[in-house]
Design a binder for this molecule. Structure first.
Ligand code: GDP
Ligand code: MG
Length: 178
């Protein structure tokens, strides 16, 4: 059988951007419209086969403490991968995501794989850009930050499932073979 590579992955981002929902979509292929922020497992695992590799994602979600306090560095210490999530309709959440990227570059493992996710893509899918558009962070802004910082980048929707598996697969591809 394939060797299994365990990968510690952490979720970072402003409250209510959809971190827990992305995990729920990836692990259970499910979505909840009004997800209770402080309820839910803080630790979940999901196996994923990528070519000849089997990756066991050990996913650390927050229990909602980002609403009240900053997350302790021990949360992301030793993480091999991080999902930094913002909401494409909330510019403040994009600013917050940039703070998290800086924090990870300063405090996390130097070779950490970071994926930047512009979530809630379903809210803006098909809309025409302009003054009244719900989209408040352009795809170019997201791509630019990702290019400058050397991150993977996806616009995702935990609601529709858009690009959710793709994020985890792309991370898995970048995990070195044992
Ligand atoms: P967290 O605080 O970052 O973990 O965010 P949650 O996963 O708890 O989601 C916050 C709210 O946004 C909940 O009401 C979710 O149903 C909703 N939500 C999460 N992801 C999406 C998405 O992709 N699209 C839409 N429309 N709503 C979402
Ligand atoms: Mg959450």
């Amino acid at each position: 059988s394939n060797p299994v590579t365990a990968v510690k992955l952490v979720l970072l981002g402003e409250a209510a951007v959809g971190k827990s929902s992305l995990v729920l979509r990836f692990v259970s292929n499910d979505f909840q419209e009004n997800k209770e922020p402080t309820i839910g497992a803080a630790f979940l695992t999901q196996r994923c086969t990528i070519g000849a590799k089997t990756i066991k994602f050990e996913i650390w979600d927050t229990a909602g403490q980002e609403r009240f306090a900053s997350l302790a560095p021990m949360y992301y210490r030793n993480a091999q991968a991080a999902l930094v999530v913002y909401d494409v309709t909330k510019p403040a959440s994009f600013i917050k995501a940039r703070h998290w990227i800086r924090e990870l570059h300063e405090q996390a493992a130097p070779n950490i794989i970071i994926a930047l996710c512009g979530n809630k893509y379903d809210l803006i899918e098909g809309e025409i850009e302009g003054e009244d558009a719900k989209r408040k962070v352009s795809v170019e802004e997201g791509q630019k930050v990702a290019e400058e910082e050397g991150l993977l980048f996806f616009e995702t929707s935990a609601k529709s499932g858009h690009n959710v598996n793709e994020v985890f697969m792309a991370i898995g591809h970048k995990i070195p073979e044992k």
